[in-house]
Design a protein around this ligand. Structure first.
Ligand SMILES: [Zn+2]
Length: 171
């Protein structure tokens, strides 16, 4: 093992000297570099042990509760704001399934549009007259997909109350 390997295992000596492997302890005895590293690590840990986290001010709870009430009564966010909030604060709210379903929908929409284009391209002579109608039909289908997406999002939001917590976290 090299010095780097030994240095990576210095915490073992620091937190459990009696359990540390003999080879590691022997190396530290013989290598001044590793000994210095160990003493630096020890003083850092000592400092951290002496450090006390500052107490929150007396009004913290009151202000936090007021802020939460404020956010709860705020007007509900639109689809893209909600998605943005989920992206930013999403870890606890499980946005990954949402993202996956959104991407799946986009692939479906994209694939559908592509198939539609291919269809139109193959039947160009007949389709020419009704191109506008086809466009309108395509728009209608896309609108339906977006409606379904919105409904999915709303179901998700009301199910676990994540909407309000996302709003509370949004500065
Ligand atoms: Zn060493």
């Amino acid at each position: 093992m090299s010095c780097v390997d030994y240095k990576n295992r210095l915490p073992e000596v620091l937190f459990g000297p009696e359990k540390a492997p003999a080879a590691l302890r022997l190396h530290i005895e013989q290598c001044s570099d590793c000994r210095e590293e160990l003493s630096a690590l020890r003083s850092t840990v000592t400092l951290l042990n002496d450090w006390h986290a500052p107490e929150p001010t007396a009004y913290f709870d009151t202000r936090m509760a007021a802020r939460l009430r404020e956010e709860r009564s705020a007007p509900s966010m639109g689809l893209f704001e909600r998605m943005r909030a989920r992206m930013l604060f999403g870890d606890r709210m499980g946005w990954r399934p949402l993202l996956v379903s959104t991407l799946a929908l986009l692939v479906l929409v994209g694939g559908g549009t592509y198939a539609d284009l291919m269809h139109q391209w193959h039947h160009a002579p007949q389709a020419q007259a009704s191109a506008t109608i086809l466009d309108l039909q395509s728009l209608d289908r896309n609108a339906q997909v977006f409606e379904q997406m919105d409904a999915l999002l709303q179901d998700d939001g009301s199910g676990n109350g994540s909407n309000s917590s996302a709003a509370a976290l949004n500065p």
